[in-house]
Ligand binder design. Sequence first.
Ligand SMILES: [Zn+2]
Length: 910
Amino acid sequence: MPFTTPKPAGRLMRHGLPLCFALAACEGGAARPPASAPKASPRAPTAAAPSPEPGLRLPAGVRPTREALDLSIDATADRFAGTATIGLEIDAPTDTVWLHAGGLTVKEASVEGASGAQIATWSQGEASDKLALKVPAPLGRGAATVRLRFEGPLDAEKSRGIYRVREPDGKWYAYTFFEPVDARRAFPCFDEPGFKIPWTLTLRVPTGDMAVANTRLASETAEGGRRVFTFEPSKPLPSYLVAFVTGPFEVVDAGTAGRHGTPLRFVLPPGRSAELGYAKGATSKFVGLLEDYFDLPYPFGKLDVAVVPRFWGTMEHPGIVALGQPLTLIKPGEETPQRRRRYANIAIHELGHYWFGDVVTAAWWDDIWLNEGLTTWLDQKITDRFEPAWRYAIEKAAALNLSLESDGLSSSKALRQAVTTPQAIEASFDAENTYFKGASVIGMVERWAGEEAFRRGIQRYFREKAWGSATSEDFLRAVGAEAGAQAAEALRTFVDQPGAPEIAADLRCSGGAARLHLAQRRYRPAGAEAQAGRGEGRWKVPVCYRYPAGKESKSSCHLLEGEEADVPLEAPGCPDWVLINDGAAGYYRSAYPAKLRDRLRALAPKGLSAPERVLLVGDVRAQVAAGGAELNAALELAASLAGEADYRVLGASTEALRDVKAELLPKAQQDAYARALRRLYGARARALGWLPKPGEGDDDALTRPWLVSWVAQSGQDPALRAEARKLADAWLKGQRQAPTDVIAPALSVAARAGDAAFFDALSAAAEKATDRDRRAAILGALGAFSDPALLERAFEIALGKRFDPRESRTIWYGALYRSWTRDAAWAYLRPRLDAFFAPMRDDEASQILRVFGAFCDRDRRAELAAALGPRAERINGGPLALAKTLERVELCADANARHQKAVAAFLSRY
Ligand SMILES: [Zn+2]
């Protein structure tokens, strides 16, 4: 989607404990990584079966108090080795200690309690990520220390745990990505977010490499051809926030950040510091703005930005925030408004997590919305303060539409949802829900309670829970204490139940008095089934409304607690119109009777703010989807906004047109649809053209890539199609420079009608490209050919070994989405789904499951359910993602059948 920012998609030893084990053969340091993958024997010596394996959570009674890691990492090798020394507090005598370890091979284990050290036997289930350590004599209450020596693989495929990537310079670099449950792949640990402990890291790397971690370097020494980096102990952190990078990096000084003048540095593969211009200038300002909101200094002692490869690496690690290369590295001349906004918003998001997530951590995954919802709400606020001209409130309205759409599905989940299975951990990171709904409901209550009172609530929450863990109850209590009990209660109704309210509004005027009638129920699109016993509750909704009163308009709010309410308006006579989501801050759908809807449509271009226009389009589309209005209502509103300059309002307008599934229409209507698009949006698209113009405004630059390609593709504009091919040819030959934002869609437009020679030119250029952004643009276009034989070659590349699968996967995203490639992509993938899903991370697999939601017929739905269902069960987060996809396909098919008359009526005018 062009007008919203997708989110990615992300633990002190006071006494130097010996690095080798009391009872193990001391080798003078941690083991070196084996030169190549040994035939590891995963079965550990087990003296006796341990107690029954615990469920999802580790058993209570044994807690970590600190962990020291000593890891030997050579990014050119495919395995690493290390030792872990874990301090414990034991509540009741036990002979077994359970912890997490995934894919690691334990070599030695011992546990030292009050009565001395004992060799431990251990067992790891074949497919389990839990490790049981058993000692002959039970450990008593009090402190104990576990010592482990282990080895593990360096991931080169899924970017999880410790992973390695080769850069175009031919050198290897190692990175970490642990959230939610992959720290256990890097070292044995208590891998649950509620365990916040100090961590001490020692990293042994080849002489040519360096290492950077969460905390400041304590010492660096040389040791037999290796460099040994030892870092200061960390603040209490959960395992998923431990992070480090190793490799032949360059470190670029970028001044200081924050009230304490914390040094700011960028860590990146050498030779690319010229691409840091924007990031170097902006990042310290983000820290200052965040400090100002909390009125507290930056909470960690150092700040490095690890510029990680594209793959799933952007993450809020304290002291070493990970930001992706395509986000952070902007070539001189390619600093487009898209790139600036994307970097600012995502960097602010990750740094915002330092407060929400790092200093205060959700106690368990069921409260992860506290991390992500609060941080998304905060990133919107701080992005707006960083650059008010971006008018970020419009982005928020677009995000509101996204999350309200998702929340209308029967399969939608409550913000706070019990997490009792591994599946549910990943599912708790649902972007539309956890991130955007979380941010929206917080924003709604903030507006109603007042920004200052709400800020005091946030500061109280932060103060009370700093360096610890928090639950939703903790948050609501703090908000209630400062912003009022009603604010907390209103918020609670949105946290504990799924779905979103639809507020039906009407004006009731009699005897010179006007009243606003409001009624709430759960919003559902027609065909979405109510599931018995859930989600049909009632909300406490702060409804803020606006209506004309004389020459001015008047705004007020009403807390709708019951099913309906009559609210007196202070207007002379009966107002012409009423808008029941004043400022577009409320998390609910608004439903108006036809007469009021028509008046709002007439008012929209000049009388509603840009965020209100964006939300109104979403509301009318939702009303259409619910069967409360004909599709014409949305199409007419869209048409009235087709002249909008703002790229987000224009984007909302085009969304309504996209509700028409043109590819399913009869040919004559398809042509009329293309004419309608050209008539409504063609002039703007042609005026923009494919290439940026000197001195143009941000709106033009931000509109161009998606509007021009949409008019060229769906509007069948011959001139724009021909220009795309010309631009593509010149760009491929190096004769023309163009920002990637523009070139990616132009290549896809050209590919649609492209021949074998063009396909060959693209695939050769992809191979030669040294820049990931450029390569992604080219690969994405390979999946856009109409020619079935060429499309099949693209699919072979996408599943083949010629490119890193993490990069060539971009072919699928486009091919499964586009109307003219979707069926061929599915036909190719259907018998190859095992190979398709095998190299994917669970979060990525969940995300791609959503792309299948572009289909719009019931037969296809049945095929998808049969083929993807069993696979989704094996993907963490998969069942929820697939349920939403199947529901969307079904709703689309139903709506398509329902809208035929309205579509015909609308298209008859073009
Ligand atoms: Zn986040």
